[in-house]
Write a protein of this length. Structure first.
Length: 159
């Protein structure tokens, strides 16, 4: 949709931490970087401080490697798993707290633009029926369209 070469560095099971960004990435010259909060980030950090310190460490390292590259930070999609896996009972902070902390943290980086809304429908029909957390193919269609539109705006691409 962007007529672009894509390098996806997302790896299932990883979360925000600066150590996950390899020095070899410095040889790349991307036009745009997208960063998306993953559910692992919220569910694996016992405190809000641990969560946001990991996110900040990642963003510090990312902007150190790519100081002039625009970054599109994608806020989390709607979650339908709360009644099935209420992680907030195991943590000292809520997902709402985590999202607010992300917004505040992202605001500290001059090259970061936040995509607040992916227009992901608030219905389980757009999620994987097994975990009610990850989008299904139809859900990813909404997500992809929103990320594409935001990327075009950020890069001043007109089609």
């Amino acid at each position: 949709m962007l007529n672009a070469e894509i390098l996806n560095q997302a790896i299932g099971g990883y979360w925000f931490e600066g150590a996950s960004l390899d020095d070899e990435l410095k040889s790349l010259k991307p036009d745009l970087i997208t960063v998306a909060y993953g559910t692992n980030d919220y569910s694996l950090s016992e405190t809000l401080e641990i969560f946001i310190n990991g996110a900040r460490g990642f963003m510090d390292r990312l902007t150190e490697i790519f100081p002039d590259t625009p970054v599109l930070a994608i806020m989390p999609i709607w979650r339908a798993d709360r009644k099935f896996h209420d992680r907030s009972r195991m943590l000292d902070y809520s997902s709402t707290d985590a999202f607010a902390a992300l917004r505040e943290m992202y605001a500290g980086y001059s090259n970061v633009t936040v995509l607040e809304d992916t227009y992901f429908p608030t219905s389980p029909d757009f999620l994987n029926s097994e975990d009610r957390l990850h989008p299904n193919d139809l859900g990813f269609t909404f997500y992809a369209d929103a990320v594409t539109d935001a990327s075009k705006k950020l890069l001043n691409i007109v089609y």
